[in-house]
Each structure stands twice: as C-alpha cells, then as structure tokens.
Ligand binder design. Structure first.
Ligand code: Q46
Ligand code: ZN
Ligand code: ZN
Length: 285
C-alpha cells in the first residue's frame, strides 16, 4: 500500500480531513488553527477557567489553549463517583504537571451531594457541574470558562434532544455564550466546537497528553451512544455533515435567542431562572 504524504510537506500523513492529508506537525497546526478561529472570532482575551474532566477532550482543549499562550486556570470537579472520579482526577493532575500548572479541585461532596442518591444522576450532575464551574470561575476572577465539548458531542446532544421532541433544549449550541456580570454569570467558550471526536483523540494521542480511558459508569447504555455511532457513519459517508449540522444549530440558536429573564438566587446569590436556583434545589433534596 502506498504511503500517504502530507499535503503540506513530504512527511508521512497520519490523518485526512476535508480533502487534505496531514503529518503530525501539520495536523497539530490544523487543530490549533480550528481552535484559534474561535478565540479570534470572539476576541477572547483574559483569564480562562479551564474545566478538566480527566477525559481526552478537556485534555486536548487545555493543551491547545496552552499552546495559544492564553492565561489559564485549570480546575477539576470531583463528582464522587466510585471507580471513576479519583482516576480522572489523577489524570487531570498528571496533565497539569506535564504543562506546568496547579490543578484546582472542587468536591461535590463538600456541597452535600451524592449522585447515587438521585433518581436521575446525570441530570443532577449536569446542574451541579454548570453551577460549580460558574462559581469557581467567578470567584477566581476569570472572564471565561472553557469546556471540552467537541463537534461530535454538540451535534449528538442536539440530535438526541431533537429525536426526543425537546427542540428547545438546543440552547447553548454555539462556541461562545456571553456572560452577564450583574448576574454573576461567566461567559463560556467551546474551543473544540469545530473538531470531531476522532480528531481530539488523535491530538491527545500524538501529543502524549495524560487522559483517563475510563467512562463514567452512568454513561453506559446512554441513548446518545447510538446516536453518535449513527452520526459518525453519516460523517464517514459524507464528510462535512457534522460541521454543516453544527452551523445550522448555531443559526437556529441565534434565531431562538430571546431575552431570557434571569434572577439572582435568593439562597446563594448566583444566577437563576427562578427565585431559587436549580443547584440550591438539588441540595435540599
Ligand atoms: S452527566 Fe452522567 Fe456524565 Fe455526570 S453522571 Fe457521569 S455520565 S459525568 S458527562
Ligand atoms: Zn506535513
Ligand atoms: Zn442558589
């Protein structure tokens, strides 16, 4: 079999994307270019709290932002999930050591929340993570929160809501969500918005970044796994389908964006849709 050459130099290619072949160096450039396009478009400038989960995507996100020489504050939320959370924390610590940062750790248990006691642990987890990320970023004077959501995740999430009839849950499908200082709401960025699952995996792998291979026990049998497989098949047959879907989601999101009424939670003082925020509600359960 003929060795495939990089489209930009004479080296052996390790990946093909959108009609171009890439060697290791040029794949790194391609990856960083995609991340930079988001950083530049939204003029991201200032302290960024980087959410590390221990998984490949947040590792890739952190490393890319580090290479773009941005001011970063990495943090990890320990969800207290047996045989999972501590392993992920170790990997996040290892990555921080590799890159020369100190990892900040937040323990969900410190807020009296044990996920296994909830009927829908993923929904509690999602609420808690959103809340704690924002609180951490706000208290540490960060202008942004960066998360490792990639193109495949974003389209999968939207598709799963679409399939189950929850079209309004499409919210948040764009690479930048504005913050609101008066509501203690920190802006969010998704630097991997244009990068697929397998590209994030490759980036993590070729740069030898620490990441945990373990999957959260609650994610096994999640309906989204099938949807992602199906989307990957579609992408393999019709390259660019994922990106076009993400572009459509973004446009849809802008059309749907109305002035959502925000409040400050009467219990904790952070942003809330109602009188009391969802996080304070789950803590009371
Ligand atoms: S929501 Fe559910 Fe994930 Fe939380 S409990 Fe695990 S699977 S980690 S993205
Ligand atoms: Zn090359
Ligand atoms: Zn609250």
């Amino acid at each position: 079999m003929n060795e495939m050459k990089c489209s930009y130099c004479n080296n052996e290619a390790i990946e093909e994307a959108y009609g171009k072949a890439y060697c290791k160096k040029h794949f790194n450039n391609y990856f960083l270019g995609r991340v930079r396009s988001i950083i530049d478009k939204f003029k991201i400038n200032g302290k960024i709290a980087v959410a590390l989960s221990g998984g490949k995507d947040s590792s890739a996100c952190f490393y890319a932002l580090h290479n773009l020489k941005l001011e970063l504050v990495p943090f990890y939320i320990n969800l207290g999930i047996k045989n999972y959370s501590d392993i992920c924390q170790e990997k996040a610590e290892e990555l921080c050591q590799q890159l020369g940062y100190e990892l900040n750790v937040i323990y969900l248990a410190d807020y009296g929340i044990e996920l296994e006691k909830y009927k829908k642990p993923c929904s509690t987890c999602g609420t808690a993570k959103r809340y704690l990320m924002n609180k951490f970023a706000y208290e540490n004077g960060c202008k942004y929160i960066a998360t490792g959501h990639n193109l495949s995740d974003i389209v999968t999430f939207a598709m799963s809501n679409f399939i189950s009839g929850n079209i309004l849950n499409f919210r948040g499908n764009k690479p930048y969500l504005q913050g609101k200082e008066e509501y203690k709401l920190v802006a969010k960025i998704k630097p991997l918005f244009w990068l697929k699952d397998k590209e994030c995996m490759l980036y993590t792998w070729i740069n030898e970044l620490a990441y945990a291979e373990e999957e959260c026990p609650y994610s096994i049998n999640a309906p989204t796994i099938k949807i992602k497989e199906w989307l990957n098949m579609l992408e393999a047959e019709q390259e660019g389908a994922l990106m076009n879907m993400a572009k459509s989601l973004w446009k849809l999101e802008e059309k749907m964006e109305k002035d959502v009424k925000l409040n400050l939670c009467s219990n904790c003082g952070y942003v809330s849709y109602g009188k009391i925020c969802k996080f304070c509600k789950i803590r009371k359960k």
